[in-house]
Every structure is written in C-alpha cells, then in structure tokens.
Design a binder for this molecule. Sequence first.
Ligand SMILES: [Zn+2]
Length: 193
Amino acid sequence: MSELSSILSHNEQFVETGEYAKYFTDKFPGRGLAILSCMDTRMVELLPAALGLKNGDVKLIKNAGAVVTHPWGSVMRSLLVSVFELKVKEIMVIAHHDCGMRGLNAEQFLEKTHEKGIPDDRIETLRNAGIDLDGWLTGFDNVEDSVRHTVGLIRRHPLMPANVAVHGLVIHPTTGKLNLIVDGTVPDSDGHE
Ligand SMILES: [Zn+2]
C-alpha cells in the first residue's frame, strides 16, 4: 500500500478535530528569514528545532544539497520572491555533513537510469541536444566549498539588494550543531553590525 491512503485518512482527522489551529500564522516570516537547506530526512524536524524556529518564522526552501545551481532557476527565484514580496531581510544557506550530494557521480547515476529502463539512446539524444547531463548530475566534493559557492551566487545576483545579509552554515545531521562558514552580516548605515 502506498502512503497516500494513510496520509489522506490522517488528514481528514487532522482537519475535523481542528488540530490546525495551533499552527495558525500568516505568509510573512516573523523572523524576516529565508533558509535554503537540504532535503535530507534527518533534518525534517531537527533543523527547525536546532535553530529554535517555529511555524511562521521562516521561508524554508529545500533541495538536494542546499545549492543554487542556476542564477535564473526556481531556487534563486524563490529567494528573490522572499525578499521582494515577503519582507525577508536575511538569508541562510544551511548544508550538512554526510550529504548525499557529496560525491554524486554522473556515470554511476546514469547506470541507475539504465537499470530502471531509461534507454541509452535517449541519454545520447539529450547529450547531442546540448544538455550537460554530466555537469548537472555531479555533486560537490567539499560541503564548506559548496556553501561558499552558493552564498556567492546569491550575494552577487544582479537582483539581490545589498542590504540583505546572506550567511552560510553547515549543520551536523545528528546533533544539529551549526558551524558558521560565511557571516554575511550587513553593517547598518551607522557602520554597526
Ligand atoms: Zn543533503
């Protein structure tokens, strides 16, 4: 049985009993914060708990590796929407140790697509069409370097205002301990941080 039916039956009860009431908030993040993090399952509850965040505090964007791979892709657009439409003043990129994107290898990935029945000639057609599958399916070697790279892409984006702070951190997926990699604090107009 798929998870769908058990989720739908839980949901029916959740709504009926009014359990949603304790989560009520609005769409503006109360802490003025957007976080880009990894989709890793260990951080579903750990990340907000370790940072002391509750419903309504933050715009939380997740993908594999906590990376921005393209300046005009959906992650970057989400961050810009957070800033311009949703009053975000501070952005944190939070990757983690032991990430599945560390060492992701295009060759091994494409062996798996082959095993799942994706025909090799389709892969060849994509390559011939100019799609850089090998680059797209390659992860990072070093999590700190990846965080610095993504923070740099966000910071230097031509539509990102200079007064938005962009920080980079790495979290431990078991203890939740944060290591600060990039402190992007923007000095205020008096020169104070
Ligand atoms: Zn990860």
